[in-house]
Design a protein around this ligand. Sequence first.
Ligand code: BG6
Ligand code: MG
Length: 220
Amino acid sequence: MVKKAFIFDLDGVIVDTAKFHFIAWQRLAASLDINFTEEENEQLKGVSRVNSLKKILEWGKKEISPEVFQQKMDQKNEEYLDLIKSLSTKDIMPGVHDFLLNLKKQELPIALGSASKNARPILQKLGILDLFEVIVDGTDVTKAKPDPEVFLSACQQLNYTAQDSIVFEDSVAGVQAANTAGMISIGLGEENILHEADEVFTHFTDMPQDYINTLLSQKK
Ligand code: BG6
Ligand code: MG
């Protein structure tokens, strides 16, 4: 059987940091007198920090100078880092650690494909940094999801083709990026939101026992 590359998004897939991004953006929006809803937040999942702020300003019909823009980005990140300062192994999403260990046992390659510039320190806090052979994060890419650059770079560094790569994603932008790359897309979250994914699970714990083998024989 052909081996496949397993590429994971970070926020909302490996760890539930999506809620902290939401809180930090909501506080930031409030500081600009912008009302920011959970529905709008859904559209920011997987989206880079700079593009997220651009969208919030667009929705709130606000314009700010480049200096204030930079200040607000820094302010959001400080809030976010404060919210995640006590992250630890116990914050890994249900079933993820076992799934990663099973991949290791089968000598299957693992990569991270995240828009976050905080990815490495987060994986370190979770105690799973060493499980990743390749890490592509927000500091490496120039084009943000839904552009497939982050996932294509991950599979190229692992020496796998896109057709032999599987992406785990909680965001619409990320699922679209995987699909555009020609990779198998597995959504983690709600079926009605992630309906473009090849398959959707609420959690890793909902996957069938031998799901890794099912994925190994699956074609896009
Ligand atoms: C993505 C998150 O993984 O990373 C987004 O889904 C976030 O919500 C983006 O804005 C950038 O993250 P960071 O940590 O660089 O601000
Ligand atoms: Mg995500």
